[in-house]
Design a protein around this ligand. Sequence first.
Ligand code: NI
Length: 259
Amino acid sequence: MLVDAHCHLLGSHLEEQRLQATLDRARAAGVSGFVAVGTDLEDSREVLELARATPDIRACLGVHPHAAKTWEAGTSPALEELLRDPSARFVGETGLDWHYDFSSREAQELAFREQIRLARRVCKPLMVHTREAPEDTLRILEEEGAEEVRGIIHCFSEDLPFARRALDLGFYLSFSGILTFKKTEAIQEAAVWAPLNRILVETDAPYLAPFPHRGKTNEPAFVTFVAAQLARLRGISPTALAAATTRNLEELCGWAPSF
Ligand code: NI
């Protein structure tokens, strides 16, 4: 019984029929819940529709840092309306990506700050994306009072000092397939150090497929490989890891999938 705390289920990579088959493979592999993540306003509308129609899916709605250039005056109220739906459990994914810079840094920072404010208005936790911007991400989370709603540092790929500060803000660390790659010692160190009641597992499908599927299209069924690796690193059973991460998600967003 596992929950994939962050996956992208819509978009050109998944036609309706393939989506159902993908979800069924995950369910057969023991995945009982999915947090489906929107990347812009349009995508978020569709993700919410999917979540409303699918009992084991909940939605995370927002504008990805790559899409921050699409942020405009009407985006926040439109998202707020969608986020009032009980199937919507997280705000995001939002944050800073200083690696790709697909949107200008000014646009990313604006969209990030606006989404933290939005999360506080609707009282829902954040889904944070951060890449090559650790200091700025933490600073903005602190400045905007993100501690009030907490959230997930998704696809955790920082180090122990970052993990400490994120935890101090009440955030949870979600580990992805990166944990199964070589030369990720700093991430593994944080994964072993983090308290059991503050960790999650995710795929970030369709990206970042874990070993032994690295390089292929990722899908939620593969969260089992992430969980197995995290359990191995921490020296606990996969069952204990699954139970803890499922409980953690419920503690954070109030939703536990029924088995
Ligand atoms: Ni993502």
